[in-house]
Design a protein around this ligand. Structure first.
Ligand SMILES: Nc1ncnc2c1ncn2[C@@H]1O[C@H](COP(=O)(O)OP(=O)(O)OP(=O)(O)O)[C@@H](O)[C@H]1O
Length: 323
């Protein structure tokens, strides 16, 4: 990452590699601070997953970065521009897939993509032909067979694929995906993961996605950020996070016909000491490494609950459910 990215600039190439630059972002709804001090950066081509309990402010953060919501305070630079003051040219470089979007039921799938695609024609460049050809795009999201179908006849999962296609039709440099695989079956999920990898690898698309699926975050993202208590409380690869969190491995064994379990952050040392003490008497030894889920739960526990609300969960806030 590069500090040049902090200055407001207007083109990707002048951004010094930084696609997203957020510092001290605050969002207050009424008297509740949902985001207290959110700070992070993402480089071009990076896939970043934003995790956090229900009500932590993930959608709020994404909506601010998309320019759909005005922040209370802080500095936000997206593709070199403050989204609060962005123009149509900037908008054409950003793709958005929202949590749920039910509209245009009477349109046919290909027709709808072609329709949205027209908006991007003036923003085509030599390097980035816009829009993405509708049939090519339908193939990429696995909807070729439904090209002529009316949108309202699609299944939930097919509809989600179409949402993703609508987000991609302008060949965005930066793509925001809010819970993109909610409702997708395992095969569709697998194909979606493949699509995300291709977008990042072949097109250098920067992707910020939210998900509650930790395995998905692990599989898809170069970096995982955890939002809790109104702040990014962890930022790194799944392995980095495991090192940082007080998540414990679980050691289990039997001795003299009894079963034991012990949770420890230093399982290797524990096992060595166990054998030194009891030697041959130890049987059925198993060490279960802390999973990303354990790590996540430990971090969320350590850093407070979902919303950064001053008086805890304020009126109207969703329950905090760290899975
Ligand atoms: N327009 C609004 N006015 C008041 N409060 C809001 C508004 N939008 C969101 N909130 C509150 O802000 C908090 C964060 O909501 P947000 O939807 O950003 O969380 P999230 O992390 O995306 O949650 P989830 O995982 O459940 O989708 C919640 O307590 C929510 O009730």
């Amino acid at each position: 990452m590069n500090s040049e990215g902090t200055a407001p600039m207007t083109t990707k190439t002048s951004c010094g590699g930084v696609a997203l630059d957020v510092e001290g972002l605050r969002m207050r709804y009424g008297t509740t601070d949902v985001l207290r001090d959110v700070t992070f950066r993402a480089r071009h081509g990076e896939v970043v997953a934003l995790l956090g309990p229900n009500g932590a402010g993930k959608s709020t953060t994404i909506e601010i970065l998309e320019g759909f919501r005005l922040r209370s305070a802080g500095r936000v630079t997206v593709l070199g521009t403050d989204p609060a003051h962005a123009d149509e040219r900037w908008r054409a470089r950003v793709g958005v897939v929202l949590q749920s979007w039910r509209d245009h039921g009477k349109w046919r799938v290909r027709e709808l993509l072609t329709h949205f695609g027209r908006y991007y024609v003036p923003y085509a460049t030599e390097a980035v032909p816009r829009p993405w050809d509708a049939d090519e795009l339908l193939a990429a999201v696995g909807l070729s067979a439904q090209a002529g179908d009316k949108v309202r006849t699609l299944s939930g999962g097919q509809r989600r694929r179409l949402d993703v296609a609508v987000g991609l039709v302008g060949r965005p440099e930066l793509l925001f995906l809010d819970e993109p695989t909610a409702g997708l079956d395992p095969r569709a999920r697998y194909e979606f993961h493949d699509l995300v990898h291709r977008l990042a690898a072949d097109h250098r698309t920067t992707i910020l996605l939210t998900t509650h699926d930790l395995a998905e975050a692990d599989k898809l993202a170069d970096r995982i950020m955890i939002l809790s208590g109104g702040r990014i409380v962890a930022d790194g690869s799944a392995a980095d996070l495991a090192r940082r969190a007080a998540a414990a491995d679980e050691v289990s064994w039997t001795r003299e016909g009894r079963h034991f379990t012990h949770r420890t952050g230093e399982s290797t040392r524990f096992v060595r000491e166990l054998f030194l003490e009891h030697g041959e008497a130890i049987g059925d030894l198993a060490v279960r490494r802390a999973s990303l889920e354990d790590t996540y739960l430990a971090l969320v526990r350590e850093h407070g609950t979902g919303s950064g609300g001053a008086a805890g969960a304020g009126a109207g806030q969703k329950a905090v459910a760290a899975r």
